[in-house]
Design a protein around this ligand. Structure first.
Ligand SMILES: [Mn+2]
Length: 338
């Protein structure tokens, strides 16, 4: 997988060595990027028209896959997650109704605009500065189509930065973020990579895209993680005090006075007993019901969300973690759509 992820860049280095003119490559890259954005734009347009033709909705969640794994510091399997999550959402073993009674096969509740073709774009030698902008632009294209709201399928956690940036820029101000994770992902940079999946929330806070950032489920945090948290005014709720914090966290009200609320769920917020198919196994986490209680009781206008870090290459128990990720997506859908 590491080889696949780096192939694009390696390929371009070979071309550079062969003295292929730079403008030939750049023109080709631009055409591929245009085609990728066109596909997302046209699909979002169609899905928006469909929702409106059916009588409309105040908010309707729309899946956008970002199959990106190369900014992970360990395993890169999250690049393969979006199709596995979709498959599990529509798996015949369960019905299409959420716990609260929303029907997922109603396009006013859930639509899908497909994936940002991350591997195809990287195969053309496009670097991460441009790739992050393409991800942001894709998110904005979904938001153009009222009442669609992006529900993003990762991917490793690096994708949250371009997604949150797009949401905040599009809405014209900061948002509140509820971030469920074993890790704070707030290193200034990790192994020299400012786009690392361990640094996404440092980029978000530096950019001023969030007013409040609540991190819940934290149990793998070091000195830098705490210092960075303090520096950015992050509200870090660690698992070691969860029994004490539970009441507060299960009755949250967020987003008043800002443009809305963003929810970022790293599947490893859950205890590995519930979700073993992740890259970073970290015992001592939340139960699935803990997460649902937090989500179901949250009072907020959710403008967008992501579910990240599901690693299908580690999902050895009959696709169990795919079902877990899918149910997170289903319940987030129910919470977002109205
Ligand atoms: Mn994590």
């Amino acid at each position: 997988m590491q080889k696949i992820a780096r192939r694009g860049i390696h390929h371009m280095q070979t071309l550079n060595a062969a003295k292929i003119p730079a403008d030939l490559i750049e023109r080709g890259q631009n055409r591929v990027i245009d085609a990728s954005l066109t596909l997302i734009r046209e699909r979002a347009k169609l899905k928006g028209e469909l929702v409106r033709a059916l009588g409309g909705a105040k908010a309707s969640s729309s899946l956008l896959g970002v199959p990106l794994g190369h900014n992970s510091s360990f395993l890169q399997g999250p690049a393969f997650a979006p199709p596995r999550i979709r498959e599990a959402i529509w798996c015949g073993s369960t019905n299409a109704t959420t716990e609260g009674g929303k029907e997922l096969n109603d396009p006013r509740v859930l639509t899908d605009v497909g994936d940002v073709p991350v591997q195809e774009i990287r195969d053309c030698g496009v670097d991460d500065d441009r790739l992050m902008k393409i991800i942001s632009d894709s998110v904005k294209l979904v938001m153009e189509e009222e009442p669609l709201r992006p529900l993003v399928l990762g991917g490793d956690h690096s994708i949250s930065y371009p997604v949150v940036r797009a949401v905040s820029e599009k809405l014209g101000g900061p948002i509140d973020i509820l971030h469920l994770d074993a890790h704070p992902d707030i290193y200034h940079e990790f192994e020299g990579n400012k786009y690392s999946h361990a640094s996404s929330f440092a980029r978000i806070m530096e950019g001023g895209y969030a007013r409040r950032l609540l991190q819940v489920g934290i149990r793998s945090i070091n000195k830098e993680g705490r210092e960075q948290g303090k520096k950015f005014g992050v509200e870090q709720y660690e698992m070691r005090t969860f029994s004490r914090d539970r009441d507060y966290l299960e009755n949250l009200k967020l987003g008043e006075g800002v443009k809305g609320v963003y929810i970022s769920i790293d599947v490893d917020c859950l205890d590995p007993a519930f979700a073993p198919g992740v890259s970073h196994i970290e015992p001592g986490g939340l139960s699935f019901r803990d997460v649902l209680n937090i989500l179901h009781n949250l009072q907020a206008d959710i403008v967008a969300a992501d579910v990240v870090e599901f690693n299908p290459q580690r999902d050895t128990v009959d696709g169990m973690t795919a079902m877990v990720a899918a149910k997170l997506v289903r319940e987030l859908t129910a919470k977002m759509s109205k």
